[in-house]
Design a protein around this ligand. Structure first.
Ligand code: SF4
Ligand code: SF4
Length: 258
């Protein structure tokens, strides 16, 4: 397979003559830069099908490499190595090893969807980033991500009871990801979040009236009640079982592609 991606070339494959005149025209230096023919054989022509089979990757083969996704990408602006266009190129060419090389940054996509909005071919690059991260996880190149753990807990509750309880999702998520909730409340982001939600700044400033007026009372009580009694959606019946069977079928299909 011939390749065209500059980053896949090594310096010894690029030829530039310092002095070159052709038919009286001086084309010295970069004007005469040529790439030596290179052929790769270690590629999987069906790799894109695996990514197509994962949620978000369905349209990966539509890409025509315009680069608009990378140009608009929030993460690319911070780190030029974060390059959705390049990973989509590698996917369609079957260059799995190139994807694996970037396993530590692909997951950093922040799902801002700027790329998806601008893509002229409806590739949905944000979805492709998720599918690639998912593939890396399935193949054991990366450990199970926290977002996968969160998704599993969220799905488990949806299927079991037809609804989720925010507090239970968060509690089980922290537990399954070995996060110290007490520390997060005392010194981490959770403490800041709760303090802001509860207007503790008003309390510290001695404005008791404003603090009490904004203090949520029924919300936490409802959450605690739901944690204990785990309510189900009315008439949930067999719906959960049917949905669970569908989810399993989709998982089997995705795994079969691997
Ligand atoms: S914007 Fe769309 S078509 Fe253009 S390179 Fe990105 S994914 Fe491909
Ligand atoms: S969704 Fe991800 S890949 Fe797309 S622009 Fe945002 S950070 Fe970049």
């Amino acid at each position: 397979m011939p390749i065209h991606e500059k980053s896949l070339l090594t310096p010894d494959q690029i030829m530039t003559a310092d002095k070159l005149v052709i038919d009286g025209v001086d084309v010295s230096g970069h004007w005469n830069t040529m790439i030596k023919p290179r052929t790769i054989t270690d590629y999987d022509p069906d790799f894109y099908k695996k990514i197509e089979g994962l949620p978000g990757g369905e349209n990966v083969s539509r890409c025509w490499q315009c680069g608009s996704c990378t140009n608009s990408c929030t993460m690319y602006a911070i780190n030029p190595d974060f390059n959705p266009r390049y990973w989509i190129y590698c996917t369609n060419l079957g260059l799995q090893s190139e994807i694996v090389k970037d396993k530590d940054i692909i997951w950093q996509c922040v799902s801002c969807n700027k790329c998806t909005n601008i893509c002229p071919k409806d590739v949905k690059p944000e979805g492709v980033m998720k599918a690639l991260a998912h593939w890396l996880e399935l193949e054991g190149h990366t450990p199970k991500s926290k977002s996968s753990v969160f998704d599993e807990e969220f799905t488990r509750q949806c299927l079991a009871r037809g609804r989720i309880e925010d507090s239970e999702v968060m509690f089980n998520f922290f537990k399954k990801t070995d996060q110290d909730v007490v520390r997060l409340v005392k010194t981490g982001w959770l403490g800041v979040f709760i303090a802001r939600m509860n207007k503790w700044t008003e309390l510290r400033a001695g404005r008791w009236g404003k603090f009490l007026a904004r203090m949520p009372i029924t919300g936490p009580l409802k959450m605690a009640w739901a944690m204990v009694f785990k309510p189900r959606t009315k008439s949930w019946g067999r719906t959960g079982e049917v949905l669970a069977a569908y989810v399993e079928e989709q998982k089997r299909k995705a795994h079969a592609a691997h």
